[in-house]
Design a protein around this ligand. Structure first.
Ligand SMILES: *[C@@H]1O[C@H](CO)[C@@H](O)[C@H](O)[C@H]1NC(C)=O
Length: 494
């Protein structure tokens, strides 16, 4: 087959290397292409700007273990006898004390965390204890351990490995569990609104919302990539053996509606591929990379169309620009260091320093520390570089949860980064429980959405303040803890 070697651009940085790199695509020619991202370079921050002495989780699960927003970095850590993650204000660098308070309400290890894109103080977590919890972080971070979530979302029968907020609708949260189900919650009411239970016969490796959140794409252990309309509960496109190898795949939606995947070939080489959803028979392009065995986690910037691939256990970040010209996925460069990465956080665009022409920032997890890595486009001018910073997704949601569940769509509300991003004030997450989901099976169909009060600013009998919810959940949580302990005792006694 047609295979040829291309080399990455020359760079001044000593910590770049040119990996052997092969691709087979529709068109093959030497790639000499104009791109403003060809000279993007990565740089780790100074030692004193790292977060030190952190016991990064060693749980066996291929999530990123780290979530970042313009205010906080959250890191899943090892915790004896439960599950916990750290939430550090970004400026809280240096050595983190052993007794620094954690978010510690789960009774099993935390597997995935995700910051709400519409509220920088709200984070969701999924755990081995089969629950999803949503947390409100105080304005300046934690002063005491936080064990009481704003709401507990119960419905999965096995561990919950993936949590992901809807990109444009307020309070819509998705979770995927090892029970092979996807549940979509209205966090504002605590209800499981959509349950996709018969679509995946095996473990779901990844779930990604489309740009406006009307569709999902998933990668599953059965080697299929599926495009799903969650509100119609329909698989609208799928590809069997998107990658033929048995090792885990990842699939993400790009802004233009195409799908980008990573996985393994039959010969266990790592691959990336690009797909059109209207015909998934053949990929637009497949490229082979190397034969390492870490899962390639993709991080995508829809504004610049750059994809960064971070292999779990690798010590490098490789990045590519996606265009509609062959070979479609253009290798840009590799940032390498000596230390392997346990996980990786990715800052949303609005959290970057536009004055330094920073186009991406990663939070690399080592065994015992978190090290920010800054990707920069070298430019001489100090002026705002419009071409590097098209308007980007801001923090305001386009829709309320009820509108989205009723069938409405909305693209992200864009903001300019011209004068930098000033983060908004801490808003409390309000939860109005219409029904105690903890007592009922999540069988609510999208078709019969219960009417719930949309705005909670005016006091109504059914409206409970966050504090009341916390109290209510504390009781429920304690009941559940007792029930679990009883179960364990019963097992031991058997
Ligand atoms: C949302 O995205 C879908 C395809 O991904 C598109 O067909 C639809 O027009 C979009 N709707 C809005 C309101 O942006």
């Amino acid at each position: 087959f047609l295979i040829r070697h291309i080399s990455g651009p020359n760079t001044r940085m000593g910590n770049h290397q040119r990996p052997p790199y092969f691709f087979y695509c529709h068109m093959l020619r030497r790639v000499v292409r104009q791109s403003k991202f060809r000279h993007v370079f990565g740089q780790a921050v100074r030692n004193d700007q790292c977060y030190d002495d952190i016991r990064v989780s060693r749980v066996t699960w291929d999530s990123s273990f780290c979530a970042v927003n313009p205010k906080f970095v959250a890191i899943i850590i090892d915790a004896s006898g439960g599950g916990a993650f750290l939430v550090l204000p970004l400026q809280k660098t240096g050595r983190i004390d052993k007794v620094y308070p954690t978010v510690c309400g789960h009774t099993g290890p935390v597997l995935d965390i995700d910051w709400c894109p519409h509220n920088d103080h709200v984070i969701a977590s999924g755990s081995e204890d089969c629950t999803v919890m949503v947390w409100q972080i105080p304005e300046n971070g934690l002063e005491n351990p936080l064990s009481e979530p704003v709401v507990v979302l119960e419905g999965h029968s096995k561990r919950v490995g993936i949590v992901s907020w809807h990109p444009t609708a307020r309070n819509v949260l998705l979770s995927a569990g090892c029970d092979n189900q996807i549940v979509i919650w209205n966090v504002g009411t605590g209800e499981a609104m959509i349950n996709l239970e018969d679509m995946h016969p095996d473990v779901i490796f990844s779930v990604s919302w489309s740009r406006n959140g009307s569709l999902l794409c998933t990668a599953c252990k059965d080697k299929k990539v599926r495009v799903i309309d969650p509100r119609k509960k329909k698989v609208v496109a799928e590809k069997d053996k998107a990658h033929e190898g048995a090792r885990p795949m990842r699939a993400i939606f790009l802004a233009d509606g195409n799908i980008f995947t990573t996985g393994f070939s039959r010969m266990s080489e790592r691959q990336l591929a690009l797909w059109k959803t209207d015909n998934m028979d053949e990929p637009i392009c497949v490229q082979e990379m190397d034969s390492s065995n870490g899962v390639l986690l993709p991080f995508y910037d829809p504004d610049t169309s750059v994809v960064y691939l971070c292999g779990k256990g690798d010590s490098s970040i490789r990045y590519f620009e996606i265009t509609d010209e062959a070979p479609f996925v253009h290798y840009l460069n590799t940032f390498s260091t000596k230390e392997p990465q346990r996980g990786m956080g990715y800052m949303p665009k609005r959290g970057l320093d536009v004055n330094k022409c920073e186009i991406a920032r990663f939070y690399k997890l080592h065994e015992r520390k978190c090290e920010p890595i800054i990707m920069t486009v070298p430019r001489k001018s100090d002026l705002f570089q419009d071409d590097l910073y098209p308007d980007t997704a801001g923090p305001d949601p386009a829709l309320e949860a009820e509108e989205w569940f009723a069938g409405k769509n909305g693209g992200p509300i864009l903001i300019s980064l011209k004068d930098g991003y000033a983060s908004t004030k801490n808003r409390d997450l309000k939860v109005v429980k219409t029904k105690n989901v903890l007592e009922t099976k999540p069988a609510t169909k999208a078709e019969n959405i219960p009417t719930v009060p949309k705005h909670v600013s005016t006091p109504q009998p059914s409206v409970v303040s966050v504090n009341h919810v916390i109290c209510m959940d504390r009781v429920i949580l304690q009941d559940r803890r007792i029930a679990r302990l009883e179960e364990q005792v019963a097992k031991v006694a058997m």
